[in-house]
Design a protein around this ligand. Structure first.
Ligand SMILES: [Cu+2]
Length: 463
């Protein structure tokens, strides 16, 4: 069933009530109202085992600017400015039917999910009117996302080809507020794009620059968050920006509990953090005190207000369960890297046209070599960012497996965090430990999508 979006309100209320009364829970009017209010507040939203994603071309007001863009939406084509939140349960098989109703060819990649290689997405092309049903049984719980992997990926992701994926457990239901924070931006021009791509905003202090409008859930000022004394909230940050690092600033301390969809072994407190393109980071918010107050959380020039309602209740207890995993460091600590990838870039002049070549071991994709690995074996992989430009970082993303950071320039990091995307900083040799549990060809690429499109991509072939 398809509803026309531009209907007068009175007719709309009556029509939808009648039309949708017999439909499934996701299409009922209450949901419709919630989507209108704040689709990214998923506190009371039910998990699904049957999901339909429609990829459409549409016109919306993103950060106050009316623009043509793509959207991952549902059957009713609700207007989700930063993609429809897809909520699944850990361990429960989900059938996800993706229909490409946009005017362009595309594909979808389930970023960070451990799934069989034939469900990963980049090699499944969805032409206009193309459809594909994916079967996904989430092995992990946490914050993930789905996005286009169709080149030029930068264009498709910048134009909205993505959506958050939340894999939930019973623990998540103990949060009084559960909110997805999709971080994006609008770039003023493509020229700006290519010169700005990869600059770490924190190093360069370029946040708030006139050329970039930051967005949270598709808005410059996102929907208000509400929390009371005695309550606990969870905010799930996803950096869906094609090219830009983000710095999130809180006016109070939050507790970082998860990165890239995996709980930390040890949560920690901070007031601000950086998040590279592709990465996710979950924080807990707990406020106490009798005095009601409004706080502002900032991402560059985008912001969201948190309205605190004071009372004399005592501090909420965190339901967070630290991750106890078999850390990979011990398997590779004494050895030299099994695989090395040197990341460089060079400018290429084609007549008057300037083009960047972003390389892995001196080659651009698809000429880059694939690295053969055995399923179940732990490998030490070295990424050397040998770029000459200071502040240039390459957030490398690996499909099909999470990894740990072992050392930087030979110094142990003692970091037990599991990543699927990690910024390899300029001038640093970063050693990671990784193990593939599923056979197949798994992409590895820079998640600055401008760099990926300019060649910084290759693969692991796991057998
Ligand atoms: Cu890069």
């Amino acid at each position: 069933m398809k509803l026309k979006k531009k209907v007068y309100l009175g007719t709309f209320v009556l029509a939808t009530t009648i039309l949708l009364s017999s439909c499934s829970s996701t299409n009922n009017f209450k949901d419709k109202q919630q989507v209108k209010e704040d689709p990214y507040n998923i506190t009371l939203k039910e998990s699904r085992t049957n999901v339909k994603i429609n990829i459409i071309s549409t016109t919306s007001k993103i950060a106050d600017k009316k623009e043509r863009h793509y959207q991952y939406t549902d059957e009713s084509e609700n207007n989700y400015l930063a993609g429809m939140p897809i909520i699944l349960d850990k361990g429960k098989e989900a059938t996800i039917k993706v229909s490409n109703k946009s005017s362009t060819t595309t594909n979808v990649h389930w970023h960070g999910l451990s799934i069989p290689n034939n469900q990963d997405g980049p090699d499944i092309t969805l032409n206009n009117k193309g459809e594909k049903t994916f079967k996904i049984t989430p092995k992990e719980s946490g914050t993930f996302w789905v996005h286009s992997h169709y080149r030029p990926v930068e264009t498709q992701v910048t134009k909205g080809m993505y959506a958050p994926i939340i894999i939930r457990t019973e623990t998540d239901k103990k949060y009084d507020l559960d909110e997805v924070m999709m971080l994006g931006d609008i770039q003023e021009s493509n020229e700006q794009n290519s010169t700005m791509a990869g600059m770490n905003m924190d190093d360069m202090d370029m946040s708030g620059s006139a050329s970039i409008t930051d967005t949270i859930n598709g808005k410059k000022i996102a929907s208000n968050l509400k929390i009371e004394g005695g309550q606990i909230g969870k905010l799930r940050f996803i950096n869906a920006s094609a090219n830009n690092f983000k710095t999130i600033k809180f006016p109070f301390k939050v507790r970082v509990i998860a990165k890239d969809g995996y709980n930390l072994e040890q949560a920690y407190e901070t007031q601000n953090f950086n998040i590279a393109p592709g990465q996710r980071l979950d924080v807990e918010v707990v406020l106490t005190g009798k005095e009601s107050k409004t706080y502002t959380i900032k991402d560059g020039n985008a912001k969201v207000k948190l309205i605190y309602k004071g009372n004399d209740k005592s501090k909420a207890i965190s339901p967070f369960i630290p991750l106890k995993a078999d850390n990979l460091e011990k398997y590779v600590s004494d050895k030299a890297p099994d695989i090395s990838m040197k990341l460089t870039e060079e400018m290429e002049m084609n007549g008057s046209e300037m083009k960047m070549r972003e390389m892995i071991n001196g080659e651009v994709f698809p000429n880059t070599e694939t690295f053969n690995v055995k399923v179940g074996q732990v490998y030490k992989v070295q990424f050397e960012n040998a770029d000459k430009m200071a502040g240039m970082s390459h957030p490398m993303h690996i499909h099909g497996a999470h990894f740990q950071i072992i050392s930087k320039n030979g110094h142990p990091t003692n970091d037990t965090t599991w990543y699927d995307t990690y910024p390899m900083d300029q001038g640093i040799k970063t050693d990671i430990a990784i193990k593939f549990d599923e056979p197949g060809v798994w992409m590895v690429h820079c998640h600055i999508l401008n760099h990926e499109d300019n060649g910084m991509m290759t693969s692991f072939t796991a057998k």
